[in-house]
Design a binder for this molecule. Sequence first.
Ligand code: HAS
Length: 542
Amino acid sequence: IDRKDAKLAMAHLYVAFTALALGGLAGLLQVLVRSGKFELPANIGYYQVLTTHGVLLGLILTTFFILGFQTAAVSRTSGTFSDGQRLTGWIGFWVMLIGTAMSATMILLNEASVLYTFYAPLKAHWIFYLGLTFVVVGSWVDGAAQISKYISWRKQNPGQPGPLLTFMAIINVVLWIVATLGVAAEVLFQLLPWSLGLVDRVDILISRTLFWYFGHPLVYFWLLPAYMCWYVIIPKIIGGKIFSDSLARMSFILFLLFSIPVGLHHQLTEPGIDAGWKFLQVVLTFMVVIPSLMTAFSLFATFETYGRSQGAKGVFGWIKKLPWKDARFAVPFIGMVAFIPAGAGGLINASFQLNQVVHNTIWVTGHFHLTLATSVVLTFFGIAYWLVPHLTGRVLTPAMNKLAIVQAFTWAIGMTIMSSAMHLAGLFGAPRRSSFSTYGDAQQAMDWIPYQIAQAIGGSILFLGIILVLVIFINLAFFAPKGEEEFPIGEVEENAEKTPMILENWKIWITLTIALILIAYTVPFMEMFQNGPIGSKGYRLW
Ligand code: HAS
């Protein structure tokens, strides 16, 4: 892509990988503390470290990586940004960076140990909330640059569907904008006035509900760039074709429709919300599983079609034909495999009654270390291994390619140990978000200890994986030999059907998105306003 666009994309990646280094260190401290064998120095709090870990990895690494990758993807597939579009991107980037610095400073000063979910009743310094507002507003501006490029492409190419990768990036930006409206409302109308002392109290139920209105689509905002790689980039790397352009677009549209009206599945144990509305959102949650199943189908089809074209025989013969020694394929592939148990865990979480067993246990932490911290993050690493040299005018050398595969295996081993231990301990009732305690030497708590030690072992191996990825990143950004690394983009199978233009009819999809949100949330919010705000039914916490 154009050098100037490359610089913009790269700026995002520098921040993302710095967040990985610091957030990863905080993660190592977490698992060590929970093993019971290590204590933090007296002036550092457990929740301070946990907040650093969650905010830096869950919010900062992801948002910067995604917007940087999408900038590059839109520029690659729809053409170089105009000066105005690029300037918009830079403004968004700087606003996000200033916001990050503000929030991070408050966390380091122990003025914002409110976890990455930061809803009430935990209260932070107002600078923390203002910083987050900057991050969100900056991300809108950054996303607007991508939307503007897409609009100019469509003007120049009337009647044609936008390039697949650009279309996917724009779906993700729209999903992000609609989702962040919830958290923006929470911060502007509740958390900021409350932390500034302008109001004495805020309604916790509303705060949590607004957060989860945002918090669930947030996880699909993380997932969709990984799916962009799986649908569009992987087929090219293996030498095959995209199974179906229309199926890929449809699955992204289904994410836009169904990822937002499902936030209540994080609140299934929350008092104050009628069970009927929770049930509706559980049903909608199972709808949002469909595009992931479509993705699994499409990936298997891509791999099998390619394998057979290379003469593969038998049911699984195609597996042998895949390019296992190419890190650009092998690293995201490990992420795909992890997504099978990760997704199954999600289905368990979403099953109304089963949620009672796992909610607020460390099972949930195990779930998102498989989904986000393995499937998504390993795919992001797999992308970085060709994207960084592409952007910096260097190449991924065979030595770095090998190291990248070692890195991914280190990650997979560490995560298998850590996440399995988390899932199991969770089933035995071990709580999430709590420091080490034997709860007065209660037998149940003593039974968790071996799993906590396993978590520390897995987490330490993972930290080694972080060091390796940072070594590779620095090499690819500054030291790898100069040259040209490909930005791989797959082509669609010759016999695929033409993409119907209705898939690009934003009026229909955005209207349906809004309608589903209104159906799922209007009455629950009305009831919250009617019943509240001062605990009239006795269940409202302050
Ligand atoms: Fe989740 C909690 C339900 C997906 C992240 N989730 C969380 C939290 C996070 C998170 C961060 O219903 C904790 C929030 C907190 O701090 O409290 N989740 C789901 C469901 C899905 C799901 C139904 N989650 C994700 C993804 C995440 C993520 C993706 C991040 C990226 N989750 C929940 C629920 C909770 C929850 C409840 C609340 C729990 C509680 O009580 O607090 C689904 O989207 C999953 C669908 C996925 C599949 C898998 C498809 C498989 C594919 C791979 C194919 C592989 C191939 C290669 C082709 C159905 C696409 C294989 C080749 C071979 C040769 C084998």
